[in-house]
Design a protein around this ligand. Structure first.
Ligand code: ZN
Length: 242
């Protein structure tokens, strides 16, 4: 194999590795969108649950206050009847004071009951908004699922096809390159295993300057790793030293 043929092969291998990384990234992105959508639905459902629990508590509170108000109103009524039957001025005055106190208590309980009922209404509004949030989150989730179902099979097929192209390209590597290439792929992962020379004779991965003799050797197709970062160097298509 000539230096140019090796350079073309390495260029192709690097391109295929980048394509595989890109396909994997897009697959993960689709899955992440579905997981994120599901998470949002779960959060919204939990919020609705907690609002419903809060409504139960607020309803119990309002009911208790209503019962207490009814009890005090009944008591007040009884005192007023006693007032009509008072046998002495003293008893009349004492009952009047008690009635005044109970009237105040009655007013305050009426206010508290109204507040408790208003709290129930406020929670009802929060429940409506939590239900809306669930519907919105479910809409986002369904879109993410549709997108996943539509695109995932195509990506899987692309990945299989690209891996096949990689195997074919790898099988063309000369024996002297194949071992170093495999070691670099296993050490750094496909995309990061290879480093194209960059203009001026630098490593395309770590940017270290490569000695000119080494650049010449790489251009003639020798298997040489960057002494700084360990990536397998190659001459990219259309490479110019300067
Ligand atoms: Zn390097």
């Amino acid at each position: 194999m000539t230096g140019i043929e090796i350079a073309q092969l390495m260029d192709e291998l690097h391109r295929i590795h980048r394509q595989i990384v890109d396909i994997n990234y897009r697959e993960r992105k689709l899955k992440r969108s579905v997981a994120l959508g599901q998470e949002q639905v779960n959060v919204a459902r939990k919020e609705l649950e907690s609002k419903r629990d809060a409504k139960q508590i607020a309803l119990l509170d309002a009911n208790e206050k209503e019962r207490e108000a009814a009890r005090v109103a009944q008591e007040l009524e009884r005192r007023r009847e006693q007032l009509n039957l008072a046998k002495s001025d003293r008893e009349f005055e004492a009952l009047k004071i008690q009635i005044q106190l109970e009237e105040r208590k009655n007013d305050s309980l009426a206010d508290l009951t109204l507040e408790a009922l208003a709290a129930v209404d406020a929670i009802d509004e929060e429940i409506k908004s939590a239900e809306l949030k669930i519907r919105e989150a479910e809409g986002v989730l369904n879109k993410a699922k549709d997108s996943h179902d539509q695109n995932a099979p195509k990506l899987a097929a692309d990945l299989e096809h690209t891996r096949q192209r990689l195997r074919e390209a790898e099988s063309k590597l000369p024996r002297g390159l194949s071992g170093i290439y495999s070691r670099c792929v296993s050490d750094f992962g496909g995309e990061d295993a290879l480093a194209p020379l960059s203009s001026g004779g630098y490593c395309g991965s770590c940017n270290c300057q490569i000695p000119i003799e080494t650049v010449m050797d790489v251009c003639s197709g020798s298997a040489i790793c960057c002494s700084a970062c360990g990536r397998l160097l190659y001459m990219p298509e259309g490479y110019r030293l300067q």
